[in-house]
Design a protein around this ligand. Structure first.
Ligand SMILES: Cc1ncc(COP(=O)(O)O)c(C=O)c1O
Length: 415
């Protein structure tokens, strides 16, 4: 349902007024002003139509996403975690060519997100952890040739906070060994390595549209793949295991051809996601400018004393940033907890880098994921030294930059 021009303008005015009333110059949340009036109105139009479940708007979003990113096969789901779940269960599906079997091993960085990992374990596969690169926080390619990984049948490669490692070499490695490559691109939508978007190198690429990511639909995600067979498997798995929407069988909508979940998005979230997606490149360039301004402001401050290290985009990468990651330099490290408490109680929201070294998490201990007690020193270091703050999709004001300079550099006074 489309609102009339008059109703649209009325709503827009109302929403703008609401925005002005909630804006706070002293706060620096993970995401501020994440939704424009038009994003919200697109959602309201779906609500007014009273048809909010997955339908044509989801299809349109999938089509536009594929056209932009260069993939013929895209499926929207209700989260990035669900996108990972679909790729994991596609890998072991009886209809999959070269399918994996229970107990097959896969490589995954120790610095990972919980639902980058668990779906593959839930599918019966066995993780072999690998350390990451201190410059870009992603899988350290130089370690994959170690004998420890020689029997692995898949790599789950995570592109962290818009960055990546040498994806070309990782792809070559997976091709030479004839193993599967999954790109968890949940934090890197829009990042381009040479001429290709991240997520399009592997057999599967997964994306998240959760709050504060490159685009957000509240909750939401996308999974892309390279061939019709994988697409059909995931299409069925996404919705109950039936073949509705992928078969010519129009008479029977209840034909269950595979196992299944219910991971469908709503047309409501698709409408918001699509509206945001149209602004992706614009938001990317604003974020890039904001990032440069923050670094410049901190480094040119009279209080700059080399307190922090900022991570660098990999060679050949045109990054699409998500968040502003910071490593605290050793001299200031013992004050990290006090410092983060100070930031959070003074309006600057912070987050850890992914889940830190995942092997330190209670769930890793519960499931004995590190029986061999291996060390992952760089992941450990990033967990100890790292955190990130938001990177807004609207231009940072001078006042906010000054506020960031003042508050971030208070770490000097805690010394
Ligand atoms: C690398 C990575 N993978 C997967 C996910 C899961 O995405 P979602 O929150 O949409 O389920 C996240 C979430 O932030 C993530 O950072």
């Amino acid at each position: 349902m489309r609102l009339s021009k008059r109703d649209y303008l009325y709503l827009e005015k109302l929403l703008k007024k609401f925005d002005r009333n909630t804006y706070n110059e002293k706060k620096y949340p993970l995401l501020e002003d994440g939704f424009t009036e038009s994003d919200i109105i697109k959602g309201i139009e779906v609500l007014l139509s009273k048809k909010i479940t997955m339908s044509n708007i989801t299809k349109k979003f999938e089509y536009e996403f594929g056209k932009f990113i260069g993939s013929k096969y895209c499926l929207m789901v209700n989260s990035g975690s669900s996108a990972n779940l679909l790729s994991a269960f596609a890998l072991i599906n009886p209809l999959k060519k070269n399918k994996l079997k229970k107990g097959d091993e896969f490589i995954i960085p120790s610095l990972c997100w919980s639902t980058s990992l668990w779906p593959f374990i839930q599918a019966g596969l066995k993780p072999k952890f690998i350390d990451v690169d201190i410059d870009n926080f992603c899988l350290d390619y130089n370690l994959v040739n170690n004998n420890y990984y020689k029997n692995c049948k898949a790599i789950v490669n995570i592109h962290i906070l818009g960055n990546c490692s040498n994806i070309e070499k990782i792809k070559k490695y997976s091709e030479n060994k004839n193993i599967h490559l999954i790109e968890d691109t949940c934090e890197a939508l829009g990042s381009k390595y040479k001429s290709k978007y991240l997520g399009t190198f592997g057999d599967f690429g997964t994306f998240s549209f959760y709050y504060s990511h490159q685009i957000t639909s509240g909750e939401g995600g996308m999974v892309i793949c390279k061939n019709l067979n994988d697409y059909k498997i995931m299409h069925s798995l996404r919705a109950h295991g039936w073949d509705r929407g992928i078969s010519n069988n129009k008479k029977n909508n209840f034909n269950f051809v595979n196992s299944g979940f219910n991971l469908r998005p709503l047309d409501l979230t698709a409408a918001i996601g699509l509206s945001q997606f149209k602004r992706l490149t614009n938001m990317m360039s604003i974020r890039k400018k904001n990032r440069n301004m923050i670094i410049e402001k901190l480094k040119n401050s009279p209080n700059w004393n080399n307190q922090f290290t900022f991570f660098k985009p990999s060679k050949n990468l045109k990054p699409s940033w998500f968040g502003f990651p910071i490593l605290i330099n050793n001299k200031y490290l013992k004050h990290k907890n006090k410092f983060l408490n100070y930031l959070n109680s003074n309006g600057i929201e912070t987050r850890p880098i992914l889940s830190g070294n995942f092997l330190n998490q209670p769930s890793s201990k519960l499931y004995k994921l590190n029986k061999n007690k291996l060390n992952f020193n760089i992941s450990e270091q990033i967990e100890k030294r790292g955190f990130f703050i938001g990177l807004p999709t609207t231009s940072l004001s001078r006042e906010k930059l000054a506020m960031l300079e003042k508050k971030l550099l208070t770490i000097e006074q805690l010394k």
